[in-house]
Design a binder for this molecule. Structure first.
Ligand SMILES: NC(=O)c1ccc[n+]([C@@H]2O[C@H](COP(=O)([O-])OP(=O)(O)OC[C@H]3O[C@@H](n4cnc5c(N)ncnc54)[C@H](OP(=O)(O)O)[C@@H]3O)[C@@H](O)[C@H]2O)c1
Length: 356
């Protein structure tokens, strides 16, 4: 059987953890080795074909014993790299240690693997940073800047994967923001949910936002089914795949804001006020002023949200026509965000299981 011995990173996370059962289902008999910092926690399979090795992206040689490393070099046919530190506000060195240097270490191992058929690097459409306009399914030039160190370190990681494409069969899979599963259930609470949960208190009179800009949100089950399908049946070395909703299927900033307030206000006697959408520059002036004399909660909020909010003001669209057509031909339809979004809000009202 081809591609019968996989190395998977990030199996305790949202994406890797959802993908693992599909990897096993798609190829009965396939062995999956999970590289994890912990042997005990969170690895979501008791299958005898799944084994866990202790490793750490930030350590020399991934923290692997020589024997373990040699066994991987002899046997591994596919590497799926999901692990990353997805926090936005890390110092750049810390973000790079996991996301960039970690990817470099994995690529070094991949270059040695004797039977490697596929190296799948899971990335994010936000490697486009502050780029305005269309983001293509190809290598991206360094943008004029990044919103946060996560974007920057993931952009740098991609450059390493592109460099390695001369030596190994590698492809890049860029996801947009996973908001929930397609029933609206939220497993991973991120900056977007934090923002939603603040709506009832509405502490900000304005937020930066281009009313017509699309916010690309996807459901985890759809995203991971798409990854699985692309990896198993449409893997082309050197390709970049955008696993995202795309402009037409996304809600705009204005629509999201309006719907969010509408849904929240249904259950309140005193309706929360919808903030004004202003330009990034106008918001920056407001944020600076508040940093000097705003209330403590508003100052803290602005500090936390600074890395995320400005994204709403940058019109950025992810090309995905070809990838979406591939998925549709295989019967995988994008779940309509407008249908499950109200249930996302309900999940936010109930509160987080864990936050990033
Ligand atoms: N979730 C999204 O909305 C989203 C959107 C776009 C792109 N992505 C990309 O999708 C991938 C998976 O994201 P996710 O949402 O599944 O993240 P997640 O839930 O935060 O999981 C991160 C995974 O990375 C592992 N990890 C972190 N640091 C590590 C290290 N030093 N050594 C080894 N493993 C380490 C974690 O393992 P431990 O158990 O050891 O902590 C965990 O399994 C990432 O590459 C991310 O950039 C995600």
């Amino acid at each position: 059987m081809t591609d019968s011995c996989l190395l998977l990173t990030g199996a305790s996370g949202l994406v890797g953890g959802t993908w693992l059962p599909l990897l096993l289902k798609n190829h009965p008999g396939r062995r999956v080795t999970i590289l994890s910092r912990s042997l005990e926690h969170n690895v979501p399979s008791k299958n005898s074909l799944v084994s866990t090795i202790r490793g750490d992206l930030t350590q020399r040689d991934l923290g692997l014993a020589t024997e373990t490393r040699n066994a991987l070099i002899e046997n591994v046919t596919g590497i799926i790299h999901c692990a990353a530190d997805i926090r936005f506000r890390l110092p750049i060195d810390q973000a790079r240690a996991t996301n960039t240097a970690g990817t470099k270490r994995l690529l070094t191992l991949a270059r040695k693997c004797k039977r490697l058929e596929k190296f799948a690097h899971v990335s994010t459409v936000y490697v486009a940073g502050k780029h305005r306009g269309i983001v293509r399914e190809q290598q991206l030039a360094e943008p004029s800047g990044f919103m946060n160190t996560y974007q920057q370190s993931k952009h740098e990681a991609e450059q390493l994967v592109f460099e390695a494409m001369g030596d190994i069969p590698a492809s890049i899979f860029r996801l947009s923001s996973i908001i929930s599963d397609s029933t609206g259930k939220v497993r991973q609470f991120n900056y977007f949910h934090q923002l939603l949960r603040l709506v009832p208190r509405n502490p900000l009179p304005m937020i930066p936002g281009n009313p017509g800009a699309a916010i690309d949100l996807i459901a985890s089950d759809w995203a991971v089914s798409a990854l699985a399908l692309l990896y198993e049946s449409h893997f082309v070395p050197g390709r970049v795949y955008h696993v995202c909703a795309g402009r037409e299927a996304s809600m705009t900033v204005k629509e999201i804001l309006h719907r969010t307030f509408q849904i929240f206000n249904q259950s309140r006697s005193k309706p929360a006020m919808e903030p004004r959408l202003v330009s990034f520059e106008q918001f920056e002036r407001f944020a600076k002023q508040q940093a000097r004399k705003g209330s403590a909660p508003v100052r803290e909020l602005l500090r936390v949200l600074r890395e995320f909010l400005p994204h709403l003001a940058i019109p950025q669209y992810y090309e995905n026509r070809e990838t979406l057509a591939l998925l549709r031909r295989a019967g995988l339809e994008l779940p309509p965000i407008r249908e499950y979004y109200p249930r996302v809000i309900a999940s936010c009202l109930k509160g987080p299981a864990n936050e990033t």
